[in-house]
Design a protein around this ligand. Structure first.
Ligand SMILES: Nc1ncnc2c1ncn2[C@@H]1O[C@H](COP(=O)(O)OP(=O)(O)O)[C@@H](O)[C@H]1O
Ligand SMILES: [Mg+2]
Length: 258
């Protein structure tokens, strides 16, 4: 068993009288694991994510990474949101490079190599010199992913990043994200309320209750479906069976009053 990498230890969070994460949340994420937080809107998923990002502090408990408590934002933990704003006056390549602009520890030569690597990884090499308003929403999300990775993120925090995309683009990006994550060996926490998206992407799904967020169930998707995610898998009986089971669970929890 590899040592846990990202650890939530007895974490709770209130905003004044509002209990958002309660009574306490515990989770151990392994390095290179793809964990999906699945749960109803307003349950506290974004808040948990922002605590990993160092943008919120737990009211009680602690979040640690490699044993070090999270004490503020850090480039090793990059966030990708639904509405990513790229700089319209910079090209795709310049937008991606922006993430490492202030890295004095990386030589200009190395920066060039990294830029080429991450543009290729997200399939944007041919669009390097195009301006973001000329590319699709899906490509803009790929810019955001590449920029975050180029900046040196070891943990990708993705908060419903594909929520604004149409179904086809969304499937494409899910496929690509899973490949990128496997190739680039990053740890991902991904928030969604889309069950199919969760099953397709996750090594492990954490199903949350309504607010205050509690873990209702943990599903080891990789144990059931393996690590390789393809379009064929999406059409398989095993996939359908699992997504139906989780959908029932989510519906039951959404309907149940606290
Ligand atoms: N900074 C804040 N101050 C007060 N309430 C907040 C703040 N951030 C989030 N909340 C509240 O916490 C609850 C959970 O929000 P959030 O974590 O965004 O849920 P989710 O991402 O699951 O939809 C919501 O009721 C929201 O209004
Ligand atoms: Mg949210």
């Amino acid at each position: 068993m590899p040592a846990p990498y990202l650890v939530f230890k007895s974490v709770s969070k209130n905003f004044g009288a509002l209990e958002v994460v309660s009574p306490s949340f515990d989770l151990e994420v392994k390095r290179r694991e793809f964990v999906v937080f699945l749960g109803p809107s307003g349950s506290g998923k974004t808040t948990l994510m922002r605590m990993v990002g160092g943008l919120e502090t737990p009211t009680k408990g602690q979040i640690t990474i490699d044993g070090q408590p999270v004490e503020g934002p850090d480039r090793s933990r990059g966030m990708v949101f639904q509405s990513y704003s790229s700089f319209p006056w910079l090209t795709v390549a310049q937008n991606v490079a922006f993430g490492m602009k202030y890295r004095l520890d990386i030589s200009p030569k190395k920066k060039k190599e990294r830029l080429a690597h991450y543009l290729a990884l997200v399939g944007l090499t041919d669009f390097a010199n195009v301006y973001p308003n000329k590319v699709s929403g899906g490509m803009r999300q790929r810019i955001a992913i590449a920029r975050t990775l180029a900046a040196g993120s070891e943990i990708l925090l993705m908060d419903e990043p594909f929520g604004a995309l149409d179904a086809q683009r969304r499937e494409d990006l899910q496929l690509q994200l899973r490949l990128i994550q496997q190739q680039d060996a990053k740890t991902v926490i991904f928030v969604t309320h889309d069950v199919d998206e969760a099953v397709f992407l996750a090594d492990r799904i954490i199903v949350f209750s309504k607010r205050p967020a509690r873990m209702l169930e943990e599903i080891d998707v990789t144990a059931l479906l393996g690590t390789e995610r393809t379009l064929a898998l999406r059409d398989s009986e095993a996939f359908f069976h699992l997504r139906t089971k989780i959908l029932r669970l989510v519906r039951a929890s959404a309907g149940a009053d606290e």
